[in-house]
Each structure stands twice: as structure tokens, then as C-alpha cells.
Design a binder for this molecule. Structure first.
Ligand SMILES: CSCC[C@H](NC(C)=O)C(=O)O
Ligand SMILES: [Zn+2]
Ligand SMILES: [Zn+2]
Length: 405
């Protein structure tokens, strides 16, 4: 590409090069980078460490700081990248002749981190005072469940003092012209089932074995999976359900057998007394979670079966997307005014927004990326620089309407 690179794109590419990939994210590197940028741009900034890992907090004070604030939240960590599956070095942020930037985090979600930072810099530079406080938080560990990130942070006095009225966080790329906006997420339940049963010689008909009991419960659960799959795929593609509207259930862990692998180091002629299965279940916010818990109890009610949760939430709040929610009305109207169509959906996976919504605070998941394949967590993740720049302009035009509401 000829000509000088857009300055915000350069900042984006610099940020992509910081190795915040799990399992050992360089949070000191990302923190130093962000603090330095805040200083350069004249943004108020502090690093909060009371919950363990660093959280970078930036602020633009409003003319009426007593009003609930607007929070722009982004996570700085990224998932690992398998070098041999990529066509370029995943942390080199190589830009090709079409302006496509290839790196882990281009979509999820270092683009949004830097767009929030750069748009805040534009607001400071404009010198125009806005009504509410505007906060930016850059948080760690979203990709591994937020146990040392957003989850404890929302419980702190620091967070309460920010008096958040609405939060904007990540969404997904959209392969079409329209943009998706997420107003809720499916509850992630990770269920671990253990079965115990009779043992004996592998040559006999032993009854009520652990594996047999586990198989019965697995079959019931996979039947439920099949019904949900059918529900998702029936009807018109246009008006039918989306992934976020149905419950997915996947058998992801399976363990049994006497002996230690690898093959063939097992006692093939000994009936094991214990067998285990783990499921990743994602439940839409429209489903009653107490009823679903009852369902799991029923599936595992046979004698010798028990279950525990590796991940569980009893709460899964949604943000209203009707006109009586003035945050939503303003967001939607502001997007329409600049010719952008927002399609509200339920996020199929889990993000930091769930902790904010569960406090009763409205939150929208929105990444201003359209006409782009969804490549989060995938090989050769990329974003075009023009899409990045347009996203920055979109935020610049929409956000003041929320901050001035
Ligand atoms: C239970 S926390 C797990 C969080 C993770 N988030 C993403 C975006 O992959 C997930 O949905 O599996
Ligand atoms: Zn993400
Ligand atoms: Zn992710």
C-alpha cells in the first residue's frame, strides 16, 4: 500500500504485537503501552491492581459527573495462536497489499481496545465537554473466564464509584453489510457427571455398570441436543432462530477404564467402577435456569449418578432492546442516522458483559466490523484497515449521543 499509514492503524498494529496471548499474557507490556498512550493523549488514567492483575482505567470527566456514566470495556488478552496453521507470524501484525492486517486479536478484541482509546483521544482533542463521565476499562483474563478480571472487578468499590449507567463491550464481526449488536448472552454451564457401578470380569454380563449408567444419561442429553439442533434449523433461514436462541449441549469430556494410557495400557477385562462425562451447555437468557437445573437433576436421577458444576451461574440478565430503554433507543437511532443497521441478537458464547448485566446495568456487545468473516479464535484472524478506521468513525458519531443523554 502506498502513502502514509493512518496513525490509529499504526497504534493498533503496535498493540497487536504485544504478546497478551494465553497461557502467559504480557499484561505489564499492555499496561505500559496503554498508560503511555493515555499520557500522550491527555486522558486521565490509573492502573487498578486490587483484584490481582492490572486493569487500566481511563476517564474523561463530564460536565455533570453526578449522572450515571458510560463505560467502554475491552479485554486485552487474546487466545493462543498455532504458528504452523497461520500464513504469517500471528504477532507481527503484517498488512497485505489490500490493507488486511493479520494477527491474533485483530477481531477479538484489540481492534475495539484501540478504537476506544483513539476515539477518546479525538474527544479530548475536540475540546468539547460532554455531559456524563466517560470511562474506558482495559481488563485481563476474559478469555479464561474473567476469574481475575471483570468478575471480581464489578464487586469492587472502585467499580461502584464509577456509577456505570451503560456499558459497551465486544460483539462479533458480521459477514454482511448489517452490524450485529448483542443484548444478552447464553449462560455457560459446565456440568461434570460421575457414575459409579458394579465391577467384575469383562467376560461376564455384569449389570448396572458405571459406563452403562453414564451412557443412559448421555443418551438422554444427546436426544435433547438433537431436539435443539432441529429447533435451530427448522423454518426459514431469514426468520428462523439463531444460535443464541437455542440451548447447545456438547459432550466435551469422557473418562473411564482401569489403567493409565496411552493405548494399550488398560485393563480391558476389568469393568470400571467409575465413569465420567463433562458437558459444555449454553442456555439462552429466555430459559428459566431453575427449571433447567431440575432437568439436569432428572437426567442424573438414576442411583449411582451425581453431578457437579465446573462453571455455573444462577443469573443471566438481558438488556432491553425496546424503545423504553433510552440507551438502546439512542444507540439504535444514532446508528440509523449514519446509515447503519443494527441487528440485535443473543451472544452465543460468554463475554465480560454478563457480569455487568447481572448487576442490572444495561450492556451492549458491539464490534463495528461488517463485511468481514467471523474469525475470532480462528487461524489467520484479520481485519481490514479501512474497516478499522470506519469503526473508529462509527464510535465517534454514536458515543457522544450516549454520553450526552
Ligand atoms: C465460562 S467462561 C468462558 C468464556 C469463553 N468466552 C469466549 C468468548 O470464548 C466461552 O464462552 O467459552
Ligand atoms: Zn473477546
Ligand atoms: Zn475470545
Amino acid at each position: 500500500m502506498s502513502g502514509e499509514e493512518n496513525k490509529s492503524v499504526t497504534v493498533f498494529r503496535e498493540f497487536l504485537k504485544i504478546r497478551t496471548d494465553h497461557p502467559k499474557p504480557d499484561y505489564e507490556g499492555s499496561t505500559t503501552f496503554l498508560v503511555q498512550k493515555a499520557k500522550e493523549y491527555g486522558l486521565e488514567c490509573e492502573v487498578y491492581r486490587e483484584t490481582g492483575l492490572p486493569i487500566v482505567i481511563m476517564k474523561i470527566e463530564g460536565s455533570d459527573p453526578s449522572l450515571p456514566s458510560v463505560l467502554l470495556n475491552s479485554h486485552v488478552d487474546v487466545v493462543p495462536a498455532v504458528r504452523e496453521c497461520w500464513n504469517t507470524e500471528p504477532f507481527a501484525a503484517i498488512k497485505d497489499e489490500n490493507g488486511n492486517i493479520f494477527a491474533r486479536g485483530t477481531q477479538d478484541m484489540k481492534c475495539v481496545c484501540i478504537q476506544f482509546l483513539e476515539v477518546a483521544a479525538r474527544f479530548v482533542k475536540s475540546g468539547k465537554k460532554m455531559k456524563r463521565n466517560l470511562y474506558l476499562t482495559f481488563v485481563p483474563d476474559e478469555e479464561i473466564g474473567a476469574g481475575q478480571g471483570m468478575e471480581p472487578f464489578v464487586e469492587t468499590q472502585k467499580f461502584r464509584d464509577m456509577n456505570v449507567g451503560v456499558a459497551i463491550d465486544e460483539g462479533l464481526a458480521s459477514p454482511t453489510e448489517e452490524f450485529t449488536v448483542f443484548y444478552g448472552e447464553r449462560a455457560p454451564w459446565w456440568v461434570h457427571i460421575t457414575a459409579v457401578g458394579n465391577t467384575g470380569h469383562g467376560s461376564r454380563f455384569i449389570e448396572n455398570t458405571a459406563v452403562e449408567k453414564l451412557m443412559r444419561t448421555i443418551n438422554k442429553m444427546l436426544q435433547f441436543r438433537h431436539d435443539q439442533f432441529t429447533d435451530l434449523h427448522k423454518g426459514h433461514h431469514e426468520c428462523g432462530k439463531k444460535l443464541g436462541d437455542v440451548t447447545t449441549l456438547n459432550l466435551t469430556v469422557l473418562k473411564a477404564g482401569v489403567g493409565e494410557g496411552p493405548f494399550p495400557n488398560y485393563s480391558y477385562n476389568v469393568i470400571p467402577t467409575k465413569a465420567e462425562a463433562g458437558f459444555d451447555i449454553r442456555i439462552p437468557p429466555t430459559v428459566n435456569l431453575e427449571d433447567f437445573l431440575k432437568q439436569i437433576r432428572e437426567w442424573t436421577s438414576e442411583e449411582g449418578l451425581s453431578f457437579e458444576f465446573a462453571n455455573y451461574t444462577a443469573k443471566n440478565e438481558m438488556t432491553g432492546v425496546t424503545d423504553d430503554n433510552t440507551w438502546w433507543k439512542t444507540f439504535k437511532q444514532s446508528a440509523e442516522n449514519i446509515g447503519i443497521k443494527l441487528v440485535p441478537e443473543i451472544f452465543p458464547a460468554a463475554t465480560d458483559s454478563r457480569f455487568i448485566r447481572n448487576l442490572g446495568i444495561p450492556a451492549f456487545g458491539f464490534s463495528p466490523i461488517n463485511n468481514t468473516p467471523i474469525l475470532l479464535h480462528d487461524h489467520n484472524e484479520f481485519l481490514n484497515e479501512k474497516t478499522f478506521i470506519r469503526g473508529l468513525d462509527i464510535y465517534e458519531q454514536i458515543l457522544p449521543n450516549l454520553v450526552n443523554l
